[in-house]
Design a binder for this molecule. Structure first.
Ligand SMILES: *[C@@H]1O[C@H](CO)[C@@H](O)[C@H](O)[C@H]1NC(C)=O
Ligand SMILES: CC(=O)N[C@H]1CO[C@H](CO)[C@@H](O)[C@@H]1O
Length: 494
């Protein structure tokens, strides 16, 4: 693994192949022309042989500078076609879009998820950064090259960032199956990313990601575009095809706005559609992402974005602290993080919704599963900060605090032999103290679960069931719930 700080790499020679011209003889005689063609061919041959001989004793690039796309084609041989080895983190090359000015602050996101022992890839910067602290450079950086030559209507950096996939490919790193693009404020959940990508054959043309949560954004850009901040994956095979057309393509789409839009347009020229994976989160929302993460779609959590523009995931904590907390649960059981389970206390007529590793809600009424799996709208749209529409249904959050569900947030995580025990602590809003709640006695919820097999997500998604232990008895303010596979005939019924 390359851990040293990466400097800009030397650009290969850009001169195009110079074709020797035939000596032009201005004679009108036909045979003179044919003679001159023959002479020309001989001269060409001599020139070719002598150059070839010469080049074998010198740096090849100097004499036969291949056009860049040929360099790239050569390296298709680098494709790792041994599908018998399951995809792992070392098969991914990350291309993170950064800029010298913001990298110092944004590098904090990288520190949350980048494991320098296993992750490969670079943050691509516009220029050399002022290195303030050594650990800013946990993710090695490279300086983008050749991007200033492109015409653009909006921002030059959109061109630069769109080219990251191309520049990453051109590095010719061995054993690459996927190129994963993200922003410097994207947090990846790499174990889940690996498992999601492992479902697909990297030697086929794949473009995998998610679109925006806000319909206004999808209308403005495209529903079938992978939004860059949520991150997207390009298979090696697609990257090889893209690399050949990238620069001409960027010239064609100079009038586009974003970098992800440019990549999308180029991918479209290759006839490749977006493969949607609902664990990629652009988080094009304002306000509190709580509702979304408390009722996550049935898919592994792959990424989160825009976190410094959203409320903290855990109230009364900084966003960084919140993320560290969420990630501590994620490390315990990656495939299960924020997965929802729903169960009922039929005796007390309560509904309980668990988002594992994050939060639990208790409703002191019986709500159907179809409602509970619908996110509470704790957020607004990205552009206009309106109440929708989103690309999924939402439930309104009652403005009367006392009518809202009781919320518990992750407090502690503990590994036990083959699973985990996570505890969730009742959250009391400062203004909420006066509410009389039927569930007021419950202060702590303890949840035990077996580790979710990462292979779980290779099957058709299926919610797991939960069950109140000890008949739902409350001991010292604490309730115990177990999450487990649903039994063969079991339904989640009021
Ligand atoms: C990942 O796969 C490679 C083969 O491409 C293998 O050599 C390596 O041991 C694997 N690494 C892990 C962490 O499984
Ligand atoms: C031109 C280029 O980038 N070539 C690379 C192709 O891949 C091999 C490794 O598989 C590299 O060693 C080359 O530098």
């Amino acid at each position: 693994m390359v851990r040293k700080m990466n400097q800009d790499r030397l650009e290969p020679c850009h001169d195009s192949l110079k074709v020797p011209r035939l000596p032009f003889i201005p004679e009108k005689l036909g045979d003179m022309i044919s003679i001159s063609i023959r002479v020309g061919i001989v001269i060409c041959l001599i020139a070719f042989i002598s150059l070839a001989l010469h080049s074998s004793f010198t740096k090849p690039d100097r004499w036969f500078p291949l056009p860049e796309h040929l360099h790239v084609v050569q390296n298709v041989s680098a494709i790792d076609i041994d599908n018998s080895v399951p995809t792992n983190i070392t098969h991914i090359v990350f291309g993170i879009a950064g800029s010298a000015n913001t990298w110092h602050d944004r590098s904090n996101y990288g520190k949350l998820w980048w494991n320098p022992n296993t992750c490969r890839g670079f943050v691509w910067l516009d220029k050399r950064p002022n290195i303030l602290q050594r650990d800013d450079m946990l993710i090695p950086y490279k300086i983008s090259h050749g991007w200033t030559q492109f015409k653009h209507l909006h921002s030059a950096s959109a061109v630069r960032i769109a080219r990251i996939v191309y520049e990453s490919f051109r590095l010719g790193l061995p054993n690459v199956r996927w190129f994963v693009m993200g922003d410097d404020d994207t947090v990846f959940f790499t174990e889940n990313l690996v498992n999601v990508l492992g479902k697909y054959d990297h030697s086929q043309l794949y473009y995998i990601g998610g679109n925006s949560e806000s319909v206004e954004q999808d209308l403005m850009h495209s529903y079938d575009m992978a939004f860059g901040g949520g991150g997207f994956a390009i298979s090696y095979a697609l990257a090889a095809r893209l690399a050949k057309i990238m620069d001409s393509c960027l010239h064609r789409y100079f009038y586009f706005y974003g970098s992800d839009q440019r990549v999308w347009a180029c991918v479209n020229e290759l006839g490749v559609p977006l493969t949607r994976e609902s664990g990629f989160h652009q988080l094009d929302i304002h306000g509190n992402p709580y509702g979304l993460l408390a009722a996550h779609p049935m898919a592994p959590l792959v990424s989160l974005h825009h976190l410094d523009q959203l409320n903290s995931l855990f109230p009364d904590h900084s966003q960084m602290h919140s993320l560290r907390k969420l990630i501590s649960a994620y490390h315990l059981d990656p495939a299960r993080i924020v997965q929802q389970s729903i169960c009922y206390d039929h005796l007390r007529k309560w509904s309980i919704s668990i988002s594992w590793g994050y939060t639990i809600q208790i409703y002191t009424s019986l709500l159907i599963t179809a409602d509970l799996q619908m996110p509470l709208q704790t957020f607004q749209t990205w552009r206009s900060s309106s109440d929708g529409p989103f690309t999924f249904n939402t439930r309104p959050m009652n403005s009367d605090l006392c009518q809202q569900p009781t919320i518990f947030f992750l407090d502690q995580v503990r590994k036990v032999s083959t699973g985990s025990v996570t505890t969730y602590k009742r959250y009391v809003d400062k203004e909420e103290k006066t509410c009389k709640r039927a569930d007021g006695e419950v202060q702590i919820i303890k949840v035990s679960a077996l580790m979710l097999d990462p292979g779980y997500w290779k099957n058709v998604p299926h919610r797991q069931c939960c069950q109140l232990m000890d008949g739902g008895s409350i001991k010292d303010g604490s309730v115990h719930i177990r999450i487990r596979k649903c039994r063969a005939q079991e339904t989640i019924t009021i």
